[in-house]
Design a protein around this ligand. Sequence first.
Ligand SMILES: *Cc1c(COP(=O)(O)O)cnc(C)c1O
Length: 396
Amino acid sequence: MNDMKSKLDGAGINTRLAHSGNNPREFHGFVNPPVVHASTVLFPDAHTMETRGQKYSYGTRGTPTSDALADAINALEGSEGTILLPSGLAAVTVPFLAFLSSGDHALIVDSVYGPTRHFCDTMLKRLGIEAEYYDPEIGAGIETLMRPNTKLVHTEAPGSNTFEMQDIGAISAVAHRHGAVVTMDNTWATPLFFRPLDHGVDISIHAATKYPSGHSDVLFGTVSANKECWPRLWDGNFTLGMCAAPDDAYQILRGLRTMGIRLERHQDSALELARWLETRDDVARVLHPALESFPGHEIWKRDFTGASGIFSIVLAAGDPARFKAKAHAFLDALRLFGLGYSWGGFESLAVHVNLSDRTIRKAPTEGPVLRLQIGLEDVADIRKDIEAGLAAAAVV
Ligand SMILES: *Cc1c(COP(=O)(O)O)cnc(C)c1O
């Protein structure tokens, strides 16, 4: 690995994406690592077995395939270690279980990914852990919510569906002063556009299902920790018996190779469409942090180095009784966009966002919120499809 690492010192992001992870010289020169399907690993003698005196000892503890991906992610995140999980949601729940105990208090951003909230409100509650939701734009004001038993502060920026920005550095500084661990769901930005650990976060979480996969065919999660939190994260994961399948790990590493150029395209197309949508009278607001008009834009500009391809629009609908009908008319008029959950794949997707679980950042009042994942298609074609959707919504 060492010649590999030095080769990449100071290299650009696409160079690092192309060459991070495995070292071809370790596998007879093959460009890609082997997909190792393994439970049992054999030892040459009893002493080696008893002392686990070799690099690999059992499938759940890692393989050359999982190491190749974890090494690549560590290089991108600047982390000490990375665990690999079978879904993005597991990448949230495993660190929560590793770092929270009965009687603890956790602060969770109100614009959090919906299923994360569900986990907090059901399983964490049953385990005697109290989750309290806070305003995404609270910044250093989170001080007032810290309690002696606050052990974890969970952030996600931009927020799910409505894209509120958070002052991650300010929140991390307060949390650390009170001895709490800071986690961040960084799925939207990927480590290419934001590196959480550089801003004080202890644990960076990704639904690799999205951009690292890139093709809507793999479910995967990664969790990367700094030096202080890595032993506990690793131990929690091993204790729970979680690990990811080798074929999926291989596909995610494969996806990383092209993620940089895919993201450039997602970013450019999405921003072009967002700027166009902003000029339209039938769109009340465009929720995209890279737009100058967006309330969290200054934080995005200060901390992030790019924007990915998912944002939302709020239709100018007038009567709340017509929100749902307008949203459905928009969706049903789309031909290119698929109606489906998740994002980060090559194809455009649209969904009518449900914000009924919010306790602080309630749904916009101007109209329904439609989330658009902008795919790799030609932007003129995507625009035509959105125009058809808006035309259909206008006559409802
Ligand atoms: C999709 C998503 C997840 C969950 O990923 P899955 O692989 O679908 O479980 C977690 N966090 C965010 C922000 C997501 O968008």
